[in-house]
Design a protein around this ligand. Structure first.
Ligand SMILES: [Mg+2]
Ligand SMILES: [Zn+2]
Length: 186
């Protein structure tokens, strides 16, 4: 099944630490799924401006038995509902359900989730903004040939500090709202 992209193309977001507050104890329920300030409006703005917004997220809490698919679906319904209330849309959500030792090809920093989106939309990933807060998001974006963008929410400040001399090659914004505003200016 292939879907058409909106006219400004695809933008891929990490979830935890970019859209919603991350937690060292994992985000396991809709109650724990709390949007970061401005993130819902940012997604709605991107969507209404003609971007197709997709989410690509490692969810090893599934493999760890911390929550189940049903709880995950409920969290994503919450995300879609909140964005929908602002007149936008989350078009597609792909997750890696595996653990770090499962050897899958989808867990970021591997590019599998982004490649799933590329197949779904029959789209090139070259130039596609991929916004994340962790090094593995940036590495997955680079491995897929996409455009890595870092936000300083979630793990973002630590990630920025850890980039060292690679910092010059990564675009960095304070949060998703700032990153979205920059993309909307392009
Ligand atoms: Mg994250
Ligand atoms: Zn996986």
């Amino acid at each position: 099944m292939r879907r058409r992209l909106a006219k400004r193309g695809l933008v891929v977001l990490d979830r935890d630490g970019v859209i919603n507050k991350d937690s060292a104890d994992f985000v396991k329920s809709t109650r724990e799924w709390v949007p970061l300030p401005g993130s819902i409006d940012a997604i709605a703005d991107l969507s209404r401006a003609g971007f197709t917004v997709a989410v690509a997220s490692n969810q090893s809490g599934l493999a760890r038995g911390l929550f189940d698919r049903r709880a995950l679906r409920a969290m994503h319904r919450k995300l879609r509902r909140l964005v929908g209330e602002k007149g936008g849309r989350v078009d597609r959500i792909v997750v890696c359900p595996h653990g770090p030792d499962d050897g899958c090809s989808c867990r970021k920093p591997r590019p599998g989730l982004l490649e799933q989106l590329a197949r779904y939309y029959d789209a090139e990933l070259s130039g596609v903004p991929a916004i994340g807060d962790s090094l593995r998001d940036l590495d997955a974006a680079a491995a897929a040939g996409a455009r890595p963008i870092l936000v300083r929410t979630g793990n973002g400040r630590e990630t920025e500090a850890a980039l060292g001399r690679d910092r010059a090659r990564v675009e960095v914004f304070d949060d998703l709202a700032a990153a979205a505003a920059a993309l909307l200016q392009e």
